[in-house]
Design a protein around this ligand. Structure first.
Ligand code: FAD
Length: 223
């Protein structure tokens, strides 16, 4: 699929810096939960500035949904998205992605790295297959947690948060460490899905390797 124009139905903040964008779904668009597309802002001067974003809706939904963390200071695509409104257009391109659900395990996300897991977990829920999958979600502050209520309702005690920059009662404080991972009741012999900024992913992979998780158990994508 090449350069398909879509119209924004709604665009609003999901958190202080994350946009929740819903667009119409062109005929023929199909994706697997966890996959992404390249998005362009349909404005003069932005034709060559495509950036990857993950579908967070279900494959069978009759719309496309994205959760997009914005970086105004970079003056890039996510900053441009902040100026858009319902009725404006985006261009979406090829569909791709490295993260797909294999089997029950642990999802570890940093910040916007949650987006492929939103799609995968929503899809599992829709099919009654959430099972004992666990989610470890690392953020700076509580206000940064994307879809906190929905994830809590979906996963209950299998939704484990950790905040690096804020101390909140009942939520772990600090960065993910090996000893923190050991307290989470994770199945270290099962699959680990990891998505986030490269330094976080590298660190987490190192910790899990020390905890005897094998390379074949990792399913990963860098944001
Ligand atoms: C497969 C995939 C799927 C993704 N899905 C999502 C998603 O669903 N939601 C989501 O929020 N994100 C997602 N991302 C991440 C997202 O693509 C980036 O955040 C986005 O490309 C940022 O675009 P931008 O134009 O605003 O900034 P960039 O293109 O990152 O930056 C613009 C300019 O700012 C400068 N810059 C870059 N990085 C920094 C920095 N760290 N500090 C200071 N200046 C910098 C550089 O000069 C750069 O050219 C995904 C990434 C991948 C690979």
């Amino acid at each position: 699929m090449k350069n398909q124009e879509v119209t924004i139905k709604t665009i609003e903040h999901a958190t202080h810096d994350v946009l929740h964008i819903v667009v119409d779904k062109p005929d023929g668009v199909s994706f697997e939960p966890g996959q992404a597309t390249e998005i362009f802002v349909d404005k003069l001067g932005w034709e060559n500035e495509g950036r990857p974003f993950t579908f967070t809706c279900l494959p069978e939904d009759n719309y496309l949904e994205f959760m997009i963390k914005t970086y105004p200071s970079r003056k890039g695509v996510t900053n441009e998205l902040l100026s858009l409104k319902a009725g404006d257009h985006l261009i979406i391109n090829d569909i791709f992605g490295a993260i797909a659900y294999k089997d029950e395990g642990t999802f570890i996300a940093g910040g916007a790295g949650i987006t492929p897991f939103i799609a995968i977990l929503r899809n599992l829920k829709a099919h009654g297959k959430l099972g004992n999958n666990k989610l470890v979600f690392a953020n700076k502050t509580k206000a940064d947690i994307i879809l906190e209520k929905e994830l809590r309702a979906m996963l209950g005690h299998n939704f484990i948060n950790i905040l690096s920059d804020e101390e909140v009662d009942g939520i772990a404080h600090g960065h993910i460490t090996e000893s923190f991972l050991k307290t989470c009741g994770l199945a270290f012999d099962k699959t680990f899905y990891i998505c986030g900024p490269p330094p976080m992913m590298e660190a987490v992979e190192g910790m899990l390797t020390n905890l005897n998780v094998k390379k074949e158990q990792f399913v990963e994508e860098e944001f």
